[in-house]
Design a protein. Structure first.
Length: 184
């Protein structure tokens, strides 16, 4: 075997080894990942509250796009954004729920695009945490995290260590008459 062939063979063996090791750590299919008593969702923060929502309610997560204000809209309706040729209304979720506007923090703030009847809508979140998994035995009383306007959208909570995570129901939010009629 020539020296060039030996180098090529070594490179091929290295790649084959990488593949074997990576496949050993591949997560199973979604149906294999479902375990009894386990719930998964996407975690994020609004104000001081750590929340999590079902994956089916979130179509995609984006950095905050350029937003064009809409005259005559509610203060929490930031405007519309052009996302790949589609106009999306963008709402400040913190302002809708708490009455105070979110402070734009470069790199942290994102928008979640939600599917709703009549077209998608984007809502701002203050920080994205990614996938979170919870066990049934971690369930907690949702009252403390679901106080105020949050109460209509949080139906359960989980406690992990000292952190309380509320399960926020976007499907209930997009059906709320006040949210659907953002014009003043």
């Amino acid at each position: 075997m020539t020296e060039a062939n030996a180098v090529a063979f070594d490179a091929f063996e290295a790649l084959a080894d990488y593949e074997r090791r990576s496949l050993a750590h591949v997560a199973g299919l979604p149906e294999q990942l479902q375990a009894a008593g386990l719930w998964r969702g996407v975690g994020y923060r609004i104000g001081q509250r750590k929340l999590v929502s079902d994956y089916e309610s979130v179509a995609e997560i984006l950095t905050v796009p350029q937003i064009t204000p809409v005259p005559g809209a509610q203060p929490w309706m930031l405007g519309v954004a052009n996302v790949r040729g589609n106009l999306l209304p963008v709402a400040d979720l913190k302002q809708f729920l708490e009455g105070t506007r979110s402070v734009l923090q470069e790199g942290h703030q994102k928008v979640m695009v939600l599917r709703q009847p009549g077209g998608d809508v984007a809502v701002t979140i203050d920080e994205l945490y990614g996938q979170r998994s919870f066990q049934d035995e971690q369930q907690a009383d949702p009252e403390s995290i679901g106080e105020g306007r949050y109460g209509g959208f949080i139906d359960r909570a989980y406690r992990v260590a000292d952190e309380l995570w509320g399960v926020f129901r976007f499907d209930l939010l997009v059906r709320t008459p006040e949210f659907r009629h953002a014009a003043t």
